[in-house]
Design a protein around this ligand. Structure first.
Ligand code: S3P
Length: 190
């Protein structure tokens, strides 16, 4: 499938970039956190408090499976921990092009200081928590990604422009690959 899926750590801009991208490409935006909240009728914070993180992770996988049922090409923003489940990698790949918005721990901290909506950061030392989680997650995000885009020090417009360029480049490569393929078949008489 040809969705564009945004992955990356909390605060990297998946939802905001997703929103702008959906407008520019005229595609529907889905956000796994929002889909889960709507389905459960409660906030992520309450889901964590009442049902626990494991239950939330299972909901994320179920959400990806549901998204796979749609034929429409969409933009999909994901929760920051979603790629950590190994079985989600195959589902992400099946859904389309996976874009990792890479951010440093310092930038996350600057963006999310004072945020109360992310249960994993409600602790005595949020910056240390961010660093610890990011260290563990960074290689997993990289392994799951088809494209990596650094967002540190860039404003939304720069990130969006770069992303649109990279997507166009990729589409172009795919097109010429397809054309080459057709050529070969013509020459071989099929
Ligand atoms: C989480 C990230 C959150 C949300 C939940 C858990 C994580 O989404 O899914 O709080 O484990 O990193 P955002 O990345 O959109 O903040």
């Amino acid at each position: 499938m040809n969705n564009i899926i945004l992955i990356g750590f909390m605060g990297c801009g998946k939802s905001t970039v997703g929103f702008r991208l959906s407008y520019r490409l005229r595609r529907v935006l889905e956000d796994t956190d929002k889909l889960i909240e709507r389905k459960e009728g409660r906030s992520i914070r309450d889901i964590f408090a009442l049902k626990g993180e494991d239950a939330f992770r299972r909901m994320e996988t179920a959400c990806l499976r549901e998204l796979l049922l749609s034929q429409e090409e969409k933009i999909i923003a994901t929760g920051g921990g979603l790629p950590m489940r190994q079985e989600n990698h195959a589902l992400l790949k099946e859904l389309g092009t996976v874009v990792y918005l890479r951010i440093s721990a310092k930038s996350v901290w600057e963006r999310l200081k004072g945020d109360t909506s992310r249960p994993l950061l409600q602790c005595a030392e949020p910056l240390a928590r961010i660093e610890e989680l990011l260290e563990k997650r960074a290689p997993v995000y990289e392994a799951a990604a088809d494209m990596i885009l650094d967002v540190d020090g860039k404003d939304m417009e720069q990130v969006l422009t770069e992303l649109l360029d990279r997507i166009a480049e990729r589409e172009g490569e795919k097109d010429s690959f397809m054309k080459d393929g057709r050529h070969e078949n013509e020459n071989s008489g099929y």
